[in-house]
Design a protein around this ligand. Structure first.
Ligand SMILES: C[S@@+](CC[C@H](N)C(=O)[O-])C[C@H]1O[C@@H](n2cnc3c(N)ncnc32)[C@H](O)[C@@H]1O
Length: 199
């Protein structure tokens, strides 16, 4: 299991990261309503969860933010405290989600799949916990000179994911309306797919 480097973990707690989440990422990635019950995998400091709740909170009845790193979960609990019972942070490995099948309306994954190395299994488990009609949404980074340089600098263990490979795997996991498209931010791409309604 891969964890973030110290440098990355410091950066994702900064005001600059929260600004990026609020002004760029959420508006460009969340193209429609999410929820009402939301799971976030690899939530880090909880910065994205807090911004999603601030910007789209009206759609959300409960937000479960999860991460495999206890230090991150502790930070996420602090970030989410203002939202009371509507949000919680839990220690969870995204490759073994401790939730029943079809438990959530939306699963979010923000810049975390490439940290999991075994990203295909993580995607499959995210799809398993989605209700029919629910959506898997997020963004990630491809293998570029810039992303390689950042991870060399931060000494993170990562496996960058080609956008076409991700699109193929989302469809192979049974999602429909799959979109993987650039968001105009250093090669980053957004992705989404919908679990079909039961027939
Ligand atoms: C670059 S950070 C992104 C954090 C957050 N999503 C954000 O955008 O601010 C990647 C996060 O993924 C988490 N992570 C890596 N592998 C994981 C796994 N198998 N299960 C859950 N979280 C994981 C790391 O601990 C880290 O907090």
């Amino acid at each position: 299991m891969a964890r973030m480097s110290d440098l990355e973990s410091v950066f994702c707690r900064t005001a600059a990261w929260r600004w990026l989440a609020r002004r760029i990422v959420v508006p460009r990635v969340l193209d429609r309503a999410i929820g009402p019950e939301v799971l976030e995998i690899g939530c880090g400091s909880g910065a994205m969860a807090a911004e999603v709740l601030r910007l789209r909170g009206g759609d959300i009845t409960h937000f479960t933010a999860t991460d495999v790193d206890p230090a991150m979960v502790a930070l996420a609990r602090e970030q989410l405290a203002p939202f009371g019972d509507r949000a919680e942070a839990r220690l969870v490995d995204a490759s073994r989600l401790p939730f029943g099948d079809q438990s959530f309306d939306t699963v979010c994954s923000w810049l975390m799949l490439h940290h999991t190395i075994g990203w295909q299994a993580v995607v499959a488990d995210a799809v398993r916990v989605l209700r029919p009609g629910g959506r898997f949404v997020g963004y990630d980074l491809p293998d570029t000179v810039a992303s390689r340089a950042v991870h060399r600098l931060t000494r993170s263990r990562v496996l960058m994911i080609d956008a076409a490979d991700l699109a193929e795997h989302l469809a192979a996991c049974g999602l429909t309306d799959v979109v993987v498209a650039p968001i105009g931010l250093g090669g980053a791409y957004r992705f989404t797919g919908t679990r079909p309604e039961a027939t």
